[in-house]
Design a binder for this molecule. Sequence first.
Ligand SMILES: C[S@@+](CC[C@H](N)C(=O)[O-])C[C@H]1O[C@@H](n2cnc3c(N)ncnc32)[C@H](O)[C@@H]1O
Length: 229
Amino acid sequence: MDWISFWNSDHPIYVNERHRQVHYRGIADDVSRYVTGPTAVVMDYGCGESLHADIVAAKAGQLILCEAASNVRDHLTTRFASAGNIAVKSPEEVAALPAGTFDLIVMHSVAQYLGQDETDAMFRDFKRLLKPDGLFVIGDVIPPQVSPITDAVSLLRFAAANGFLFHAALGLARTAFSDYPKLRARLGLTLYEEAAMKAKLEAAGFTVQRAAKNIGHSQSRMTFMAATR
Ligand SMILES: C[S@@+](CC[C@H](N)C(=O)[O-])C[C@H]1O[C@@H](n2cnc3c(N)ncnc32)[C@H](O)[C@@H]1O
């Protein structure tokens, strides 16, 4: 099993429907603040279930949801079939798009699952796919000092604030016995110091600034704004 097959499976990461809803609602609200205007062409890369993508699409001209896991992609296609300005694509389909397609690319909570070389190649491709005044926003970048315990505490706080604390505690126990820790032990997660992520984005030709707030609920993780100019 690799990370894409894990996300393609019936995994226990979202502990119940309430968790799934508030998680994706928070991300959609945060991402929609980066949309520059009603004609903007936007891509959410590694979007996951993206239950509230309609919130982002309502502020944009067109939204491409790119997801590597085929089961997740199928759900997205069904869910947004009637949304005129949302299209679901695989990474291979996105790679074949012409240069200068997007005003905004967002990639949230994906970099930890990619190897260093894979990330470098992806950043170069995003630079190509963005317009000359485009923006790449990379969120949920995990610094090395953030341990699985920090993540668990962050989930419990989020759950307490949103009324699913009991299910979150149960879900953490289920995750501990799932494929997630086994995969993490075998494949590892790729973690970045702030300076290392900035350097990586700059090496791909971006002008980089760290955002004051991370997208989503975990404020021990980082979001960066990478401009093509
Ligand atoms: C934690 S989920 C993030 C989903 C969503 N962006 C969010 O923040 O909730 C990680 C995502 O990374 C994607 N992913 C993992 N490895 C990948 C790879 N090598 N290439 C492209 N996507 C990958 C998975 O398919 C999954 O949707």
